[in-house]
Design a protein around this ligand. Structure first.
Ligand code: C2O
Ligand code: CU
Length: 725
């Protein structure tokens, strides 16, 4: 039997057994199929110490429920809820002068050691762990009050990340040999994609990509180049390219018309000038503000040298205006136009961007926000001001922008991480406010691949809303985890005068040395004066609001929460024709995958991999069909439970922000841990090896896409279409 059929059978068996969210969906208990959370990344098998017979145990690195699919501290450390299940522990007194068992967590060098709590046979839910590499010990102790392990070790285990070791020199020697020159032998098989490729540009050549500071690369990696032609936009002879202007606020009402175009612009960062793209010559594109339930007309003209479209991300609009080339419309050719009618049934923050070669067009600046105002005056809690921020990162080398792949996207493995952080298109965001102000930030991640972990120093922050509306309840958060295409609305109160940095703090993985390292980047500064805010919203800010309309709206769907899974998807990868050094190093690397790759720490191999060598796959385990061969059909009004599992046992597992067009969904659970505070979403971040159950309301008829929002993964086929009749 093929493994695909085996998987299909197992899925069927699961469905027959009534596979609602339950114990079997937790990482330590799950069946070892592709459609389950990864045991390897989220479960530690404890090993009995010598002389201890029959005792056994497992530690689930449980997901901490919260507004994000992954729990991270403000400083970037991953947080886990250890759930320790023990069996066969003898009475402690049988091992010596002991009365109880205690669980501990320690770094691999056994210092410091932190007490997790007393444990016994059965299930023990213990204190949060905030370490990447760690050891768990279960010891027999004289009393539960001990503050360091003194008794006898009975069980022990190591976290998955401890498998990362500095490489054996011999292993790496395989990667140090001369370069096999097979990057260039890409076939012309991808003719279909070529229709949307930009024309040949003027003299662009491949340079190398910038190295993140402190990372080492092998010589053979340094010699890698993408097997496609380099592309950067350039002006035609005699064409004037104007300096881009900061975005303008465009308030529109029902029935209004906006003219929008995509064109070349000149952008200047840190004294250097670049040819990029802009909507209406602005960066980002115009901020379009509309009342909820309005319908506007957008007369779009393509002034680029390549086809494009405009997609209205998250908006449940009429299908023929969704902007997906070859699915809802013909791509708009250079010089051509298209008229979109966009209606806004849901309040909140949305965005628009092209749906053709996002890896180039969106990255070069084609994105803008849509702010849809609710008629309800109390839609949001009180704030002194509102800041609409689009977050992005741009990849700039010594010689300017690193070129894009013309016939196919580069950076097909991890996506194109940038090294210049942009807020509303500019490095170094600045905001001046008064002490005690509550600021409402409406955040959109417009980057190709980067997930951010954002915080404002120690300023108190609560999350209020996400993609398609408000949370049932506001919630305090330490930081905002925002994946490409996601939106979050947060309220932040700045109590202290001074300069507060907007920071992205994460842990990168140094693959060469097998270690994690802290990264901190400043996206902007909030200058807080000592003058007090007026009005002062302190007391309103202190309370966490409950949105009874959101609660009631979601309550209508609760009867579906425990239904069996209707459809499932496995996220995986196929790679072919890779250079030997890439093949070899990535295989070594597959010993461990971080749940989220926060930064591009394999820059050369990643850059040189193109969408001709890498195919990202959405697979329906029920039929074995993949990507555009999947042809799901639903009826308007259906409520569909979709299980998405991000396969760990693949050449390169990483997180995927999965986006569904034209509909909205609830994230019910991640790794079997249910969410308690729900919000309507259009994009969900699936960490590596994780499994999520989402409930999709099929409310909007048409032919729609589901895809990964990492631009390079989309270019590498990670999409499917479904029909709502
Ligand atoms: Cu914002 Cu199909 O995507
Ligand atoms: Cu992806």
């Amino acid at each position: 039997m093929t493994s695909r059929r085996l998987i299909a059978l197992l899925a069927l068996a699961g469905a027959l057994a009534g596979s609602t969210t339950g114990a079997q969906d937790r990482p330590c208990d799950a069946q070892p199929t592709a459609l389950a959370p990864s045991r390897d990344l989220y479960c530690i098998e404890l090993i009995a110490a010598p002389g201890i017979r029959n005792a056994s145990g497992r530690v689930e690195l449980g997901r901490i429920p919260g507004p994000f699919t992954i729990a991270v501290a403000a400083d970037g450390r991953l947080l886990h809820q250890p759930v320790i299940t023990l069996a066969g522990l003898p009475p402690p007194a049988s091992l010596g002068a002991f009365t109880t068992y205690v669980a501990w967590v320690a770094t691999p060098v056994m210092h410091p050691v932190t007490k997790l709590g007393e444990v016994r046979n059965g299930r023990n839910v213990l204190a949060t762990i905030a370490l990447e590499k760690f050891i768990i010990l279960i010891t027999a102790e004289e009393s539960p009050g001990v503050d360091e392990p003194r008794g006898k070790v009975v069980l022990r285990g190591q976290s998955p990340a401890t498998r990362l070791q500095p490489p054996d020199v011999l292993q790496f020697a395989f990667g140090a040999g001369p370069l096999e020159s097979d990057t260039a032998h890409a076939a012309d098989a991808h003719a279909a994609h070529m229709a949307q490729a930009p024309p040949r540009g003027a003299d662009v050549s491949w340079t190398t990509v910038p190295m993140p500071p402190g990372l080492q690369m092998l010589p053979a990696e340094m010699a890698l180049r993408p097997g496609v032609e380099p592309y950067l936009p350039s002006a035609r002879e005699g064409q004037d390219v104007h300096a881009a202007r900061p975005r303008e606020l465009v308030p529109l009402n029902d029935g209004d018309t906006l003219r929008l175009d995509a064109r070349l612009v000149r952008r200047t960062f840190k004294g250097r000038s670049y040819t990029m793209y802009g909507f209406n010559g602005q960066y980002p594109g115009p901020l379009i503000r509309v009342p909820q339930h309005a319908e506007i007309v957008v007369q779009f003209t393509n002034r680029l040298d390549q086809p494009t479209t405009v997609h209205w991300h998250g908006v449940r609009l009429e299908n023929r205006f969704d902007g997906v080339p070859d699915l809802t419309q013909e791509p708009v050719q250079p010089g051509g136009s298209f008229t979109y009618r966009v209606r806004f049934p849901d309040a909140g923050i949305y965005w628009y961007h092209p749906h053709v070669r996002e890896d180039i067009q969106q990255d070069l600046g084609l994105y803008g926000n849509l702010l849809v105002r609710s008629p309800r005056a109390d839609w949001f809690g009180a704030a002194n001001r509102e800041e609409v921020l689009m977050l992005d990162d741009l990849l700039v080398g010594d010689d300017g922008l690193v070129p894009f792949g013309r016939e196919a996207a580069t950076h097909a493995f991890m996506g194109r991480f940038g090294n210049v952080f942009l807020v509303n298109g500019e490095p170094g965001y600045r905001l001046s406010i008064r002490r005690g102000e509550v600021v409402r930030f409406l955040l959109t991640n417009a980057s190709n691949t980067r997930a951010f972990n954002l915080s404002f120093g120690g300023a108190r922050m609560k999350v209020v809303a996400s993609d398609v509306g408000n949370y049932e309840r506001e919630e305090w958060i330490e930081s905002v985890v925002i994946a490409p295409a996601e939106r979050y609305v947060v309220h932040v109160r700045f109590d202290e005068p001074g300069e507060i940095a907007l920071l992205n703090r994460v842990y990168g993985l140094d693959h060469f040395l097998g270690r994690f390292f802290a990264e901190s980047d400043t996206l902007g500064i909030v200058r807080v004066s000592s003058e007090p805010a007026s009005p002062d919203h302190a007391s309103a800010f202190r309370a966490l609001r409950r949105d009874s309309a959101a609660v009631a709206g979601i309550a209508r769907f609760r009867e579906h929460f425990d239904r069996p899974v209707d459809k499932s998807l496995v996220l995986t990868l196929r790679a072919h024709d890779l250079p030997f050094v890439t093949e070899r190093l990535m295989q070594l690397d597959s010993i461990y995958f971080a749940p989220v790759e926060w930064s591009g720490t394999m820059p050369m191999m990643n850059w040189a991999s193109t969408a001709r060598q890498v195919t990202w796959v959405l697979r329906d385990p029920a039929t074995g069909k993949e990507n555009m061969d999947i042809d799901w059909r639903f009826r308007a009004g259906d409520v569909v439970k979709l299980r998405i599992s991000n396969e760990r046992k693949t050449f390169h597992a990483m997180q995927h922000p999965i986006h569904i067009h034209g509909q909205r969904f609830l994230v019910l659970s991640v790794n079997g841990v249910p969410n308690e505070n729900l919000v309507w979403k259009d994009t969900v971040l699936l960490p590596a090896g994780a499994m999520a159950d989402i409930l999709v309301e099929m409310s909007n008829p048409g032919r729609w896409m589901l895809h990964c929002h990492i631009a390079e993964h989309l270019s590498a086929d990670m999409m499917l279409a479904f029909t709502v009749e």
